[in-house]
Design a protein around this ligand. Sequence first.
Ligand code: PGA
Length: 252
Amino acid sequence: MRPRIVAGNWKMQGSQAFVLELLTALQSYDGWNDEVEAIVFPPFPYLLSTQDLLEKTPIAWGAQTLSEFSNGAYTGEVSASMLTDCGCEYVLVGHSERRQLFGESSAQVAAKFVAAKQAGLIPILCVGETLAEREADRTLSVVTEQLQAVLAQPGGIELFETAVIAYEPVWAIGTGLTATPAQAQSVHHEIRHLLAIQDSTIAQQCPILYGGSVKPSNATELFKESDIDGGLIGGAALKAEDFIAIYRGALA
Ligand code: PGA
């Protein structure tokens, strides 16, 4: 069985008071279960307080991005080893907001993925097409290009032995529009197929999460699909009760 994961991407939101309130609420839930891994991705300044609050819970945490460089004169950047130093186990790589708003290319995303792996972090590689790309029937070619950039790195398919992929159609992020379970499943299936061409065991083991307006009301249907192994949740992860409800949807 592949690991199942429900992850909350808080994006650039919150404050110390907010982090304390949300994590205290998550801490007090007693239904976390080995069957589904819960992860939160707070902004950098809150990683240490997250570590303090979550250390003794089954909830893991990570950062929303990282530098591709290991250390040095890179003002404003945060390295993979700094993240492990703050107890991070995971890191998001190539979220569409990083690609679109901050110009991260697939090559740069691949370098970040490799930097994460080298430090022992588990990268969650985000891939997905824009609305224009979907309408032009380019979904698969876009997702393939994003994935191939990582597969082309030294290590190739073996880089995915301990890694996660998140399929997040850009048109579904923060818009309230969700891919239908069938639409998401068909892309997840293709992603798994792309991995399987190189190694069927790794393809079967690699969790593929869906992201894009996942809510308590649609999570269970999405997670029922055979190639959807959980979710990467934005807006709904900022409310403890919604995040927990989505988590329960993955247990079902
Ligand atoms: P959303 O964001 O759930 O608010 O659509 C998902 C994401 O960006 O990871």
